[in-house]
Ligand binder design. Structure first.
Ligand code: 13P
Ligand code: SF4
Length: 328
């Protein structure tokens, strides 16, 4: 079988109903399909569970299925594999990386950590397994503030790799942090000027901003929050129009959950398109998902020694999140 390209590259009969075939194969394989909110609409429609990074990690830890097909990016597949080493974890295209995770190579992060031996190391889930292995506690955008607040006040903190999320958490918790200088190419792309123009057109609109966005964008927000928090806000807020500053895949769920409301994606700075898409997330297509279930590839593997170290800060995150009532 040809997986050299990072996905199963075998032609698919164009007459097939892929949605039906995926559902059939999923049952045959005892597989569960999990999709991040930034996935294509058709992938979200066929998934058993849709969620943000925290929800996907929690669902992976709890599932009874023998096979987890993670429609998201590589680090999400790694997190699932680390939590469930006995299960088969598939990401339908392993080229689905993450510019933020890539901005923090493990060898450089090790030097950064070793130079500060008295620090508590907090890493965003958007990191490789090797970076998690150097970490004391993992966080996602849904629990970063509460987890940082729960850490002993007398110990300094290293936060990596997202500088925008790190600065936001430092400002909201008042905790001094040494922050790794990484960023996500999607959330860094929003332009204050374009956002102002759009807000002039829709002055009643509430502006929703993911904390991976830079401070000037966050300062314009009615609501700063994780993908899940932005979705919850859209459902409960009195406003009927929203400008959304995060990856545009979330608009599908916002529209599903709030059929009477209007959601406008904030455009990126370069002006080449009207919304901001993560090209890695969009690598997962129905064809690749179908072939991945059909041929059970490509599988995610994690070095056992790295997995042994990385599981501790991930489980610590889940444990603190349960204790604080963020997850059940
Ligand atoms: P959340 O899913 O935690 O909101 O993170 C956003 C993101 O960029 C995932 O890659
Ligand atoms: Fe990574 Fe950004 Fe894509 Fe999320 S949106 S997967 S942080 S590159």
């Amino acid at each position: 079988m040809n997986v050299e390209k990072g996905y199963v590259d075998i032609p698919i009969d164009p007459a097939l109903d892929l949605r039906e075939e995926i559902t059939r194969l999923k049952r045959e394989r005892n597989a569960v399909i999990m999709a991040h909110y930034y996935q294509r609409e058709e992938i979200q429609q066929v998934a058993d569970h849709i969620g943000d990074s925290l929800a996907l990690a929690q669902l992976a830890a709890k599932t009874d299925a023998q096979v987890i097909v993670l429609c998201g990016v590589h680090f999400m597949g790694e997190t699932a594999k680390i939590l469930c080493p006995e299960k088969t974890v598939i990401v339908p295209d392993i080229n689905a990386g993450c510019s933020l995770a890539d901005s923090c190579p493990a060898d450089k992060f090790r030097e950064f950590v070793q130079a500060r031996p008295d620090h508590t190391v907090v890493s965003y889930v958007n990191t490789s397994a090797a970076v998690k292995a150097l970490t004391d506690v993992v966080v996602t955008s849904s629990n970063a503030r509460q987890i940082v607040e729960s850490l002993p006040a007398d110990k300094p903190i290293i936060f990596g790799p997202d500088r925008n999320l790190g600065n936001y958490i430092s400002a909201t918790t008042g905790r001094q942090m040494t922050i790794w200088d990484g960023a996500c190419h999607v959330h860094e792309q929003f332009s204050v000027e374009k956002l102002l123009q759009l807000h002039k057109q829709y002055p009643q609109a509430h502006i929703l901003v993911h904390p991976e966005c830079p401070k000037p964008i966050r300062l314009m927000a009615n609501m700063v929050g994780s993908t899940q928090a932005l979705l919850n806000y859209a459902v409960t807020a009195q406003a009927d129009t929203f400008i959304v500053c995060t990856e545009s895949g979330i608009l599908f769920q916002m529209q599903q959950k709030c059929p009477g409301k209007t959601f406008i994606p904030a455009p990126p700075e370069d002006g080449t398109c009207a919304c901001n898409e993560c090209n890695f997330m969009k690598l997962i297509t129905m064809g690749k998902l179908y072939n991945s279930l059909r041929y059970m590839a490509p599988e995610i593997t994690v070095d056992p020694e790295i997995a042994r170290q990385a599981v501790k800060p991930i489980e610590r995150m889940l444990e603190i999140s349960r204790q604080l009532g963020i997850i059940k």
